[in-house]
Design a protein around this ligand. Structure first.
Ligand SMILES: NC(=O)c1ccc[n+]([C@@H]2O[C@H](COP(=O)([O-])OP(=O)(O)OC[C@H]3O[C@@H](n4cnc5c(N)ncnc54)[C@H](OP(=O)(O)O)[C@@H]3O)[C@@H](O)[C@H]2O)c1
Length: 310
């Protein structure tokens, strides 16, 4: 057993998480008491609880992703849906995945959602299930269809960037604490790489793309994601709001594969894909840029708090 020589203390999950929040470089990792094993996994140098070890293994690679690192997440059913056909996402995955989502937010400078999620969920996008700072909230609202009473505009708990297509800005968009940015958008909406540049210019280099399916698929399509977290819950929805969608190849041998890791989160299974090395054939993603019309699934625009993820 590895006992901390100075204190004889066993590192618990809360303390481990506090330490991880300060890790951005390998030097920071060393100072936090982390060591990398021969198999490449990170562990605590001194005695740590199983939960603290789990946190190190899961999050240190993300912490060390560098100042420009783009990662996405989705929580989905076994049959690939992130909400029911009415847009209800309360809850797809369990409590441990909610905690994971809040940890991802805490490790990000900015959290990005699409207009569909802002309308269906009215999310707050803050860090509440764990300690950590709230990221800047970024809403992709190409057509300016999200109403100003949404919580990310009104609750004042973190700065919000409201991204509209050029020419969409009106007096309606002027809200205290909300920065409105017009970005040129082509036929397929905003170019994800350009959006990331806009964020980087504001010092927001570590970006979580939180959802929904259309938004994450577009960033994946543009090949600007370095890491993808997909949590699969043992539930079947039948039909609903799809998660990742893009025209796939004819042959399984050409499907997108990337180095992966798996973690058990309660009843759910979390997959982490490391997309940095992935070379994706150009035509594998062609056509993904089209927004899925909401008519394809009747999204309920109610005031719920889906997923407990808001
Ligand atoms: N389980 C989960 O992990 C999870 C996470 C988040 C959300 N959800 C659920 O997902 C549902 C919403 O997902 P969704 O796929 O329908 O919609 P979405 O991804 O939230 O929003 C899509 C819309 O955002 C705008 N947008 C996104 N990327 C853009 C880009 N690059 N350029 C221009 N506009 C862009 C477009 O708005 P316009 O159409 O106005 O152009 C687009 O149609 C909700 O039911 C929510 O509860 C689940």
């Amino acid at each position: 057993m590895r006992i901390d020589g100075e204190t004889g203390h066993v590192l618990g999950a809360a303390q481990a998480w506090e330490r991880l929040l300060g890790v951005r470089t390998e030097r920071d990792a060393g100072q936090a008491g982390l060591v990398r094993g021969k198999d490449g996994t990170w562990r605590w140098e001194h005695d740590a609880s199983p939960e603290a070890e789990h946190l190190a293994e899961l999050y240190v690679p993300l912490c060390l992703g560098g100042p420009r690192h783009v990662f996405a997440q989705l929580g989905q059913s076994m049959d690939g849906f992130i909400a029911t056909r009415t847009g209800d996402a309360v809850y797809v995955t369990g409590e441990e995945d909610r905690l994971h989502l809040h940890r991802l937010r805490a490790l990000a400078d900015a959290v990005v959602v699409g207009a569909g999620t802002a309308i269906a969920d009215d999310p707050r996008l803050t860090v509440r299930a764990c300690s950590g700072s709230n990221p800047v909230r970024v809403l992709l609202d190409h057509r300016g269809r999200v109403l100003r009473r949404r919580r990310l505009f009104t609750d004042g708990s973190a700065p919000t960037l409201w991204i509209l297509a050029e020419g969409r800005r009106t007096a309606e968009h002027a809200i205290d604490g909300v920065e409105v940015i017009e970005v040129p958008g082509g036929e397929n909406g905003f170019e994800p790489g350009r959006l990331l540049d806009v964020l980087a210019e504001r010092g927001l280099g570590r970006v979580l793309i939180e959802g929904g399916g259309v938004t994450v698929s577009r960033f994946l399509h543009a090949k600007v994601l370095q890491r993808l977290y997909v949590t699969i819950a043992p539930v079947l929805v039948g039909d609903g709001v799809p998660g990742l969608r893009f025209p796939g190849p004819a042959r399984m041998s050409e499907a997108l594969r990337a180095p992966s890791r798996r973690f058990v989160l309660g009843e759910d299974l979390l997959f982490e894909l490391d997309l940095r090395a992935g070379e994706v054939p150009e035509d594998e993603y062609s056509g993904t840029g089209q927004a899925r019309d909401e008519g394809e699934h009747a999204v309920h625009h109610g005031d719920g708090d889906p997923l407990g993820r808001s």
